[in-house]
Design a protein around this ligand. Structure first.
Ligand code: CU
Length: 337
């Protein structure tokens, strides 16, 4: 019987545990902030589980205890009353101690989190938009300030400071494998320090309902070894490459003639819009529209042809392009590595 129950439950346990792993899980920590939080989660859960079991036993005990013959329920026994009183006082005292203890643990965990960014090597301003992430890599030299979107590259093993704000509604930045969540609030700057112990890709998600496409507001942290990160940053700081073919050249001209140019920036061209993702190196990103589509020629075309079908309500209008025009624009953007 027991074996049968085990066999029936095993698949669920495996599923449950699998749900705890992966590139977007607070229970699969990949950095010091997430480590601290995962430890808190497990400790709180274990302690509260023990308390819950004890309370359930205390509740069930009187139900199963038989009254002895000769017991007089209405007769007061001063000794027994005192004993019961002592049990209640002890339980209240223990509850207070546990609550204060857990509060202290949270307090010290917060101090650990705050200490991570004290030696931050890099500051990235993250601005939430409905429904994508604008990123600005700060630098004292203006020519080395990088603007990009949705995909956050960081050097692995080094603390990074994120400054979080928003232009429209409240969003929440959450990369569960690396840190806790923190709100992006219009007109206000929040500070979140993160560090990835090892190179890897960690998925994040807007964690505050921010409108129709809230669920399609993903982001990725790509932690790389220092030399690879530096190379990436240098590549990204370059202006967009010149169109490589006649078709791409036609696409570049079209891009500048169409409304695209009002919203999007492409470095090194007159396109200077700032209300939509910077497209200077769009083809170097792994996804489109904040994790909604994977990057490919087909998906680029699909997105430009019908952004409202793919992400209804998003702030990119459907452009009036014929097949050749669409192909030309895609050929151009596809070359912006
Ligand atoms: Cu959001």
């Amino acid at each position: 019987m027991r074996r049968l129950a085990f066999m029936a439950l095993a698949p669920f346990c495996v599923l449950l545990l699998q749900g705890c792993a992966g590139w977007q899980s607070a229970l699969d920590p990949k950095g010091p902030a997430a480590d601290e939080l995962a430890w808190l989660i497990w400790f709180f859960t274990a302690l509260c589980a023990v308390v819950w079991v004890l309370v359930m036993i205390a509740l069930a005990a009187p139900l199963v205890m038989r009254s002895r013959p000769g017991d007089e329920p209405l007769l007061l026994d001063a000794g027994a009353e005192r004993r019961k009183m002592r049990v209640v006082v002890t339980a209240v005292g223990l509850t207070a101690i546990i609550l204060i203890g857990l509060t202290l643990l949270s307090f010290f965990a917060n101090r650990t989190l705050a200490a991570i960014g004290s030696e931050a090597v890099l500051t990235i301003k993250v601005t939430g938009h409905q429904w994508w992430w604008e990123l600005r890599y700060e630098d004292a030299t203006p020519s080395r300030i990088l603007t990009t979107a949705n995909e956050i590259h960081i050097p692995a093993g080094e603390p990074v400071r994120l400054l979080l704000t928003s232009t429209d509604v409240i969003h929440s930045f959450w990369i569960p494998s690396l840190a806790g969540k923190l709100d992006l609030i219009p007109g206000h700057m929040n500070v979140l320090d993160i560090k990835a112990d090892k190179p890897g890709v960690y998925r994040g998600q807007c964690a505050e309902f921010c409108g129709a496409q809230h669920a399609n507001m993903g982001t990725f942290i790509i932690a790389e070894p220092r030399p690879k990160f530096d190379a990436w940053l240098n590549d990204q700081l370059q202006p967009a490459g010149a169109p490589a073919s006649g078709e791409a050249k036609a696409g570049a001209d079209l891009f500048l003639k169409r409304p695209c140019v009002m919203c999007h920036r492409i470095g090194g061209t007159p396109a200077g819009g700032t209300v939509a993702p910077d497209l200077t190196h769009i083809a170097s990103r792994k996804t489109l529209a904040a994790g909604t589509l994977t990057m490919s020629r087909g998906n680029l075309a699909a997105w430009i042809a019908d952004p409202q079908g793919i992400k209804p309500g998003s702030h990119m209008p459907v452009a009036d392009l014929n097949g050749d025009e669409l192909n030309a624009i895609v050929a151009y953007l596809e070359g912006l590595k």
